[in-house]
Ligand binder design. Structure first.
Ligand code: GDP
Length: 324
């Protein structure tokens, strides 16, 4: 990937897209193309085709998706499958028609079978039933990976996919209804501390295990792969290390300085009991994450305070397009 390559990043206001823009800018890339949702509706096939035909980028990072946590995935099931299918088919087929030769698509760790062995290897894809709570999202993301593979096989396009684990960082979604666990608990701990409350409510039993990656590390891995002209089909990106939700809550409370107790709300689902990626393939390429979970939570907390001064977190923060 040359420094003067024209690189189109979709979903640039979201958590992943904005991290990619930051990483590319610091890496000296000068021709970064972005469009807001208002300027280009990714659900509109004709608009996307026209835009790509005119802009003719050299690379595309598809960091736009309809995303959310366990509750949002389970509630807006139709929106999650429809919007994700549309965004990815419009962009991937449109890229092919416009002669864009290299593209990176973002899947997610939830595309893997619910009960697959842990840590999850790339080859476990499509070897068993999916987790019910996010099945529509996962089916759409699997379709995106298969689209990339098919364009590579039939047309020789270098369309690759990466599977990030649970991400967090600047521009995350802090809406308690739709967010993932880390931003949700960060917000709840911050508010509980600010309001002088003495309990942090954690959904489920606190026993599920999850892996978390700071989003700037993800962006670094993606640019690293593109710079190496990675040509495999898809690759897991994560730390390979997981913690229980209870442990996560304790670390967040420590960073925030909230000294209350953890209360479990068993009316909420646990979802998959363990989700951790096998990242040995990525390691073979020589890439490793730089940010520990505690450091990452400290950085995310700084961002929360800067974004929502005082108790402004109470106001709703709607997710812009980003991936998860
Ligand atoms: P998942 O990884 O797809 O299951 O999505 P989430 O990040 O939403 O949830 C991960 C785990 O954290 C689940 O077991 C949730 O029940 C649990 N969890 C605990 N407290 C919260 C919370 O406040 N919000 C969310 N979204 N999940 C929570």
């Amino acid at each position: 990937m040359n420094k003067d390559a024209k690189i189109f990043i979709t979903g640039h206001r979201g958590m992943v897209g904005s991290a990619l823009v930051r990483r590319l800018e610091t890496g000296g890339y000068t021709d970064i193309l972005t469009r807001t949702r208002h300027e280009l509706d990714l659900l509109d096939q004709a608009a996307v085709r026209q835009f790509l035909a005119e802009a003719k980028p050299d690379y595309i990072f598809i960091a736009s998706a309809r995303v959310g946590g366990i509750h949002a995935n389970n509630t807006y099931r139709a929106d999650f499958i429809y919007q994700n299918l549309m965004i990815e088919t419009n962009l991937i087929h449109g890229a092919h028609l416009a002669g864009v030769h290299r593209l990176m698509f973002f899947g997610s760790s939830c595309i893997y079978p619910r009960d697959c062995p842990q840590p999850i290897k790339e080859e476990y894809l499509l070897t068993g039933p999916l987790e019910r709570t996010n099945e529509p999202y996962a089916v759409a993301k699997i379709a995106g990976i298969k689209l990339c593979e098919a364009y590579k096989q039939q047309y020789g396009r270098e369309y690759v996919s990466v599977m990030p684990t649970n991400l967090y960082g600047p521009n995350d979604n802090y809406d308690l209804e739709t967010s993932h666990v880390l931003p949700a608990l960060l917000r709840k701990a911050h508010e509980a501390k600010s309001l002088g409350e003495n309990a942090l409510v954690v959904w489920g039993t606190g026993k599920p295990r999850r892996e978390f990656l700071y989003v700037d590390d993800l962006a670094d891995a993606c640019v690293f792969l593109m710079e190496q002209d990675y040509t495999g089909s898809f690759l897991n990106i994560g730390t390979g290390q997981d913690v229980t939700i209870h442990e996560l809550a304790e670390t967040i409370m420590e960073v925030v300085g909230f000294k209350g107790e953890v209360v479990f709300d068993s009316s909420k689902p646990d979802g998959t009991m363990r989700k951790v990626l096998d990242v040995s393939k990525l390691k073979q390429f020589g890439w490793n994450p730089q940010t520990s979970l505690k450091q990452g939570i400290e950085l995310a907390y700084r961002d929360v305070i800067a974004t929502f001064p005082i108790l402004g977190l109470r106001q709703k923060h709607h997710p812009v397009e980003s991936t998860s």
